[in-house]
Design a protein around this ligand. Structure first.
Ligand code: GLC
Length: 654
């Protein structure tokens, strides 16, 4: 099917207004009597506001279908039904967020992520751990997928069998909704994944497709022979090459090749079928109605496929997300999308806008932090962030040192080459460095998804192990332990101080090391990402209040960073002014709000570094400054001396 070429905007406006005029009375007749007139009016007002956007995206995607109007009506009917089902407390939250729509830009926002079972056993366990989260200042909690999945390997929950059922080992959907409420009452927004590129092969739709029900075969992308898969694969890369080469899996029972971008048991949904869009919007709003405030849109780059392309980041993928966004704005305006696009930086930023995803992971910043640690050189980091950090008004990055996934070298070749490195060689060096195969390297990672053809790999490992803590403790060299602790604080200092929302992988704040035991578990063996997903060690966490311990030093350092961010007015707005410090080993940026300004500095080497005082003064600093992180007053007459891996937040002394 060929997509409709978007018509000119005047035509779209007329057509959208005419469609709404026809649709509204029909929707009203079906649903209006089931709610208060005032509420209905407010709903219709929002519908009117966002419908033109919804219409234009759906028209671009499905306008060529002869029954487009029928689909439009059923999409609106589903949305309206989900709005009627939305609990009163969440409608109150909607109203609150409508008057404060940029709530997620507050400097109070600090994110954390975890697996429910590994962090606290089950949902009830997470509830009991709320005090730990509030102690740390967390206001955003991303729970890794909690849904029903196949037993055994299920890609860490990313193969969903039912979006409406919680994995029984973790609790029930009621427990989840209650947890969302309780978190909210403690000032914490619940973040969940919307895994909408694929379902597991055990999902009811997949099962019905397997049983031979034709309409459900159309929910996925299936081919009778290798002709089309071969044609597609000629221009596509491989995502999980170790798991299965290519993007298709032969399913013997139905004698078809099924599109499976990730694992063989994750079937890609077919969004060319408007019915799939309709069904998935119901699943999405169902989650919103449980009290989820931020939806992490999983694997956005892969939503749409077209022959002759790499089947990533196609315009239709953006239209789909924008259509979902318009629906959320109508039905559940408290909900915000965050994009998970781990692709080329030019493409990452295309998902970020108020109309699409106001929030996005910042995979390039993450990768370049590790790059600077390995090279002891901040030039690529500085160059790339100066070019790419700015986002449209109202949007924000989610900055992280690492997450549940591997670390991929998701920077642009041009940014690396601008500094004089060869991009491919540089990526290989970084992988070698962090898997400990480079002389003098402190990293203790493992390769993830090594491509047998190209030798390319990404890296798995916890923040602490990659920062050298594992090696230093093994060698029992105090000076090395000290350097590793400083690296961990430096990484966290930067994600906390940079504009946007910092995201901490729970466990990193207590310096958790790699878990080599994952290989014993048949559901995890072979996927090195489990190396950095250990069970949270509560016995270790008990040391956090003892500043004499390694755990205490890391934890208290991170706590201080968070407090600094939440309390200093300079961090109020997301803008970040990245500067050239004049020293290629020291990364620096300003955060400014009104008359408040701080200068954040990070020394990426194990040596002392010096910054010229004259230059600092040109940047507006004075001779006497306060380092808010260390709580010390400094005087820089000739130069400012930074200790190995020192992280500073400088303010002018009063
Ligand atoms: C995302 C998840 C990753 C998962 C993939 C497929 O990239 O972060 O863990 O394997 O999507 O769902």
């Amino acid at each position: 099917m060929t997509r409709m070429i978007p018509k000119d905007s005047a035509w779209l406006e007329r057509e959208s207004a005419a469609s709404l005029r026809r649709l509204l009375p029909r929707i009203e007749a079906r649903f209006a009597a089931r709610t208060e007139p005032g509420d209905w009016e407010a709903y219709v007002e929002r519908l009117g506001r966002h419908f033109p956007r919804l219409f234009s995206r759906l028209h671009a995607l499905y306008g060529g279908n002869y029954d487009f109007f029928y689909h439009l009506e059923s999409i609106l009917a589903s949305a309206t039904q989900m709005w009627l089902d939305r609990p009163g407390e969440l409608k109150a939250l909607d109203a609150m967020r409508e008057v404060d729509p940029r709530w997620y830009q507050s400097s109070r926002m600090v994110g954390a992520m975890c697996y429910v079972d590994l962090f606290a056993g089950d949902l009830e366990g997470v509830r009991e751990r709320i005090p730990y989260l509030t102690e740390l200042g967390i206001t955003y909690l991303h729970l890794m997928p909690v849904f029903r999945t196949p037993r055994g390997d299920n890609d860490g929950g990313y193969a969903v069998t039912s979006y409406r059922e919680v994995n029984p080992d973790l609790g029930t959907m009621e427990d989840l909704a209650q947890l969302a409420t309780e978190l909210r009452h403690h000032g914490i927004s619940l973040v969940l994944d919307f895994i909408f590129n694929h379902t597991s092969d055990e999902h009811e739709w997949a099962q019905r497709a397997l049983a031979g029900e034709e309409p459900y075969r159309d929910y996925y992308r299936m081919f009778p022979d290798r002709e089309m898969p071969d044609a597609f694969e000629r221009s596509m890369g491989e995502i999980f090459p170790e798991d299965h080469p290519g993007a298709f899996t032969y399913v013997n029972r139905i004698k078809k090749w099924v599109w499976t971008t990730f694992n063989t048991f994750q079937w890609d949904l077919n969004y060319e079928n408007p019915e799939v869009f309709n069904r998935m919007l119901e699943e999405m709003l169902f989650l919103a109605n449980q009290g989820v405030e931020i939806l992490r849109l999983d694997a956005v780059a892969f939503l749409w496929k077209r022959l002759g392309t790499d089947c990533q980041n196609l315009p239709e993928a953006h239209w789909l997300i924008q259509a979902f966004n318009a629906i959320v704005n109508i039905v559940a305006p408290a909900v915000v999308f965050k994009s998970e696009a781990i692709v080329h930086p030019d493409e990452v930023s295309k998902y970020v806008s108020l109309e699409e995803c106001p929030l996005s992971y910042n995979p390039e910043f993450m990768a370049l932090l590790w790059d600077a640690l390995a090279t002891r050189d901040v030039r690529v980091l500085n160059h790339a962030m100066r070019r790419r950090f700015a986002l449209p008004e109202g949007c924000a990055w989610v900055n992280y040192a690492r997450c549940h996934d591997d670390i991929g070298w998701a920077f642009s070749n041009s940014d690396v080459e601008a500094v004089g490195f060869d991009a491919d060689e540089h990526r290989r060096f970084l992988t070698q460095f962090f898997i400990g195969r480079y002389e003098g390297s402190f990293g203790r990672g493992q390769p993830f998804q090594q491509n047998p053809l190209t030798g390319d790999a990404r890296v798995s490992g916890t923040c602490a192990s990659l920062c050298g803590l594992e090696l230093a403790l093994e060698q029992s060299v105090d000076a090395e332990v000290e350097l590793a602790v400083r690296r961990i604080l430096l990484m966290h200092g930067l994600i906390v101080a940079m504009g946007g929302i910092p995201l901490i992988y729970l466990g990193d704040e207590i310096g958790t090391l790699n878990d080599y035991g994952y290989d014993q578990d048949p559901g995890k063996a072979g996927d090195t990402r489990w190396l950095h997903r250990p069970a949270f060690d509560w016995a270790r966490a008990a040391d956090r209040s003892d500043a004499e311990t390694v755990v205490g030093r890391i934890y208290q350092g991170i706590l201080r960073l968070i407090q600094l961010r939440q309390q200093n007015p300079a961090f109020m707005r997301a803008e970040t002014d990245i500067t050239d410090t004049g020293n290629p080993h020291v990364f620096g940026f300003f955060r400014t709000h009104d008359q408040h300004s701080v200068f954040v500095l990070a020394n990426f080497t194990e040596d002392q570094q010096r910054l010229e005082a004259r230059r600092l003064r040109q940047m507006g600093m004075r001779k006497t400054m306060v380092d808010l992180f260390a709580g010390r007053t400094l005087t820089a007459t000739q130069e400012l001396v930074m200790e190995p891996y020192q992280f500073m937040v400088l303010a002018r002394a009063v």
